[in-house]
Design a protein around this ligand. Sequence first.
Ligand code: HEM
Length: 368
Amino acid sequence: MREAQPVFFDPNIQAWHIFRYDDVLRVLSDHATFSSDESSFLPPEYRNATPISSSMLRMDPPRHRKLRNLVSLAFTPRMVAHMESRIQAITNGLLDQVQASGEMDVIRDLAYPLPITVIAEILGVPAERREEFKQWSDASVGGDAESTPEDIQAIMQAMESMKAYFNEVFEERRAHPQNDLVSALLQAEVDGERLSNEELLGFCVLLLVAGNETTTNLIGNTILCLDEHPEAVERLRANRELVPGALEEALRYYSPIKLTIRGTTTETMIGDQRIEAGKLLFAWIASADRDEAQFPDASQFNIEREPNRHLGFGRGVHFCLGAPLARLEAKIALNTMLDRLPGSWHVSDAPLSPIKSSSVFGVKQLPL
Ligand code: HEM
């Protein structure tokens, strides 16, 4: 598509697909023309379908900046560096269990529990309810063109239980504030007003979903890349300084987020196509990151690729807030696996099941 129809209109869903790196970069960087507010691209009946609809991800400046500022201090590289010893301790505990059991599913045993435990601790919600968090988080990114009415109903039910759970947490923290992000958000004011319940829920769900599903898939997808390129594991064992570059390349090669959406606020040209105002756009990060015009030998997995300006964490005002945290968690996970699991790694030959989602790329299980 990048060659033949880089800017493509799908009449069935009345949406434009954008495939080339330069075009995706422009869509992500120009928030005045390409809005994140659902009212710019969804008819009223489809708006506010999930709590994420009321989060900063679906807002434009200036309100976006104000809400982002409320939580950005919790995710600066400096704050995140303070969490290093805790992330290492959680990772060690998870790999102790793997070594005791003698078998490993990378998703079940490390890539899923690590980020959910970390984000639950930051938010101040008990990580023991991980299983429910997982169901809710899967539901929040679930659904694709093949979803049945039963799938959609299960997603809606999961959303309702998630809302009920967080509303209880808000009540409890209002009565007994703690030293955690939920208590801080309950106290926070924007333009002299407290956040609405929808906005609070939007924050928590965005962090819970963004903070786990994507990082799980970065860890899982990195292992997939390394399974396909065993020589890279040897090079990483010999030189740990290559680990951060290998993770950036995994983000580019098997991007955990395939696409993101925007709506046009005004008529505009992309390539030779004229796009009217109020149109839904799919900006294909996964395609942009394989664009030969930006990445020579784009379909080669090269852990020393330099420069590597991938769009895996987005770009512009919505650039991933959790990028420093995700990078640190993935680095600790990979380094600890290299330390504790010697020899060559081999992913089971059984067929892998991809996650059913139009926006997220990863696998459900990854037996090693
Ligand atoms: C935004 C990817 C991990 C929190 C984004 C965006 C992308 C992304 C592509 C931009 C979406 C857009 O422009 O529409 C990823 C990937 C991750 C990851 C690939 C893991 C490898 C995390 C973590 C957190 C987080 C760990 C938090 C703990 C957020 C938030 C936003 C965001 C809050 C919205 C920022 C805004 O609207 O200003 N992420 N993310 N992400 N991410 Fe991440």
